[in-house]
Ligand binder design. Structure first.
Ligand code: N01
Length: 532
């Protein structure tokens, strides 16, 4: 059986950088990737309008100056095709494909305690072994099924945004249903609205959607980026969200209503994903401060949407602003003023089932040519859960995480030696500009593997006491905010039966990084290192 220093799941942003770092350090790596090409989440999410709502300049690798000199971003917000081109360029530029087994899935991985090796089973029937097993399959990558009866009876076409046909889909002249109003639903709906003959948006929970202000980047913008990028990246690494914005210091309640309104207006007009959140220091910790910004967005919806009844349906009232991930949209609310667009509020008229002709709600049947499920993901734990992972003593990760994920730093879990997660539950990953968090985790893992090799240490495992403390710390930080008030994927609340536990770490990217660094400097405090 082939033995690698590291077996890695996934060839997206994380897997590609892992190959680069580990190979440069002299390790052998085998990356197993289900898709026929690189890209990970950005490969599968090829739905119309798919676009990152973090700016290109912050949603890119920062490890290579040469790469930055060579690659020109074409827009402020990178589209999915551009991100896929970028990742393909990176794979070729650094010759990364030769370490990847495409169109292959890892089905199981078991830790062989006697040999300190992970025995990894592939769906090809092969088995390979790794001294380390690294889960880099993405934090938001496993599509969540829509939980609707009768899907197979539908005579039209069904699609999930998270698993979109690579060749694209032409919806011209069709009657199309979009189920879901998160980022994927908002982007898909606005991208297809001009082509379809009728668009019906099925909304269960309204979202707060601010304008996406996108524009082309010219040579001058790229030059300026390259001139300032070292400082920009460094600031991001020590920031709260992995993005180089300054944090506000003033409470929303310390200023007059007029001043607040002006600040919110400014943030809306110069919108970016964090603009409204960064207006005041207490938007996500104080109910009244949050209500002020929530009400501002509600006012915008009333202003944009002509029909007051539709505006009211689109208005989020059941959870505080940004406690579910807010969206950036291009003409989202405006779209509902068009004659061929209708909104179905599933709180009023729930879906009963799908039928051969379309979708039956409590109010009757609606006919469609195509249905798009934009129903989200089994986030943070989904990618690990679909592999049978068995650690020490025959305990499986599924058993250990039956009441919710438990990790030390979001990087490791007790009972699973030499296994690492990239942007796992308990790390800030999904609440940050992902690529910065990915680079930090990959660097930490690579440095750790070098440290262990240099000292002939055979295994590293999170200490249970430190893990418990970290899990409690992640929960207590979350409880100090308004985040747990929403039924979000951060909590696992979007997946029926999934234990409710706040999964991302809210302590901030910079603080988290310095915590990881301190632990490293202290000889991997909180980990048990063993030579045997
Ligand atoms: O998924 P979501 P997403 N019947 O979970 C609804 C990142 N991302 O794919 O809110 C009816 O946010 C569900 O309703 P409810 C980003 O981090 C980034 O849009 O659960 N409806 C919700 O409206 C994002 O947060 C980008 O009540 C059902 C929607 O489906 C994350 O990925 C682009 C349903 C799911 O929204 C996930 O985004 C895309 C059912 N049975 C994604 N089940 C950008 O960078 C679910 N829903 C722009």
């Amino acid at each position: 059986m082939a033995i690698y220093d590291a077996v890695v799941v996934g060839a997206g942003f994380s897997g590609l950088y892992l190959i680069k770092r580990l190979r440069d350090a002299g390790f052998s790596v085998c990356v197993v990737e289900a898709a026929p090409s690189v890209g990970g989440t950005w490969y599968w999410n090829a739905y119309p309008g798919a676009r990152c709502d973090v700016e290109s300049f912050d949603y890119c690798y920062s490890f290579s100056r040469e790469l930055e000199e060579e690659w020109d971003w074409s827009e402020r917000y990178p589209s999915q095709p551009e991100l896929l081109r970028y990742l393909n360029y990176v794979a070729d530029r650094f010759d990364l494909r030769r370490e990847i087994r495409f169109e292959t899935r890892v089905t199981a991985a078991a830790f062989d305690e006697a040999r300190n090796l992970w025995d990894v089973s592939l769906d090809s029937g092969e088995r390979i072994e790794g001294r380390f097993f690294i889960l880099a399959g993405g934090a938001i990558s496993v599509p969540k099924p829509p939980e609707i009866d009768g899907i197979e009876s539908f005579r039209g076409a069904c699609y999930h945004t998270g698993n979109w046909p690579q060749e694209g889909v032409d919806f011209s002249g069709q009657r199309v249903a979009v189920i879901g109003t998160g980022s994927s639903g908002v982007q898909t709906s606005t991208a297809i609205v001009d082509a379809v003959s009728q668009l019906t948006v099925f909304q269960r929970t309204p979202n707060y959607t601010a304008p996406m202000i996108n524009y082309a980047l010219d040579a001058a913008a790229m030059n300026e980026f390259r001139r300032t990028s070292p400082a920009r990246h460094e600031k991001s690494r020590h920031s709260r969200q992995g993005i180089p914005y300054d944090l506000p210091t003033q409470s929303a309640l310390s200023v007059s209503a007029e001043e607040r309104a002006e600040t919110f207006r400014n943030a809306w007009e110069n919108s970016h994903l964090f603009a409204l959140r960064l207006t005041y220091s207490d938007i996500l910790t104080d109910e009244a401060a949050n209500e002020a910004v929530s009400e501002f967005v509600r006012g915008k919806i009333r202003e944009i949407v002509n029909d007051p009844a539709v505006a009211e349906k689109l208005t989020p009232r059941s959870y505080p602003f940004a406690t579910k991930r807010p969206c950036l949209g291009r003409g989202y609310y405006e779209m509902f003023n068009r004659d061929h667009v209708r909104l179905v509020d599933l709180r009023e008229t729930p879906i009963q089932r799908m039928t051969p002709a379309g979708i039956e709600t409590s109010e009757g049947e609606l006919a469609f040519d195509a249905v798009i499920f934009a129903t989200g993901f089994d986030a943070l734990t989904g990618a690990a859960a679909r592999i049978d992972i068995t650690g020490r003593g025959g305990v499986t990760l599924r058993e250990k995480w039956a009441d919710g994920p438990e990790t030390y730093l979001g990087l490791a879990s007790t009972g699973f030696p030499n296994l690492f997660f990239v942007t796992g539950p308990g790390s800030p990953g999904p609440l940050s500009a992902m690529v910065k968090s990915i680079e930090q985790h990959v660097d930490w893992i690579a440095d750790c593997m070098i440290y262990l090799r240099d000292r002939e240490i055979a295994s590293i495992e999170a200490d249970r006491i430190y893990e418990r403390e970290w899990v409690e710390h992640v929960q207590s930080v979350a409880l100090g905010t308004l985040y747990p008030r929403a039924d979000s994927w951060y909590l696992g609340a979007n997946v029926p039966g999934k234990p409710r536990k706040f999964m991302p770490y809210l302590g901030g990217v910079g603080f988290y990084r310095s915590t990881c660094d301190k632990i490293t400097k202290a000889g991997y405090e909180g980990f048990e290192l063993s030579r045997a």
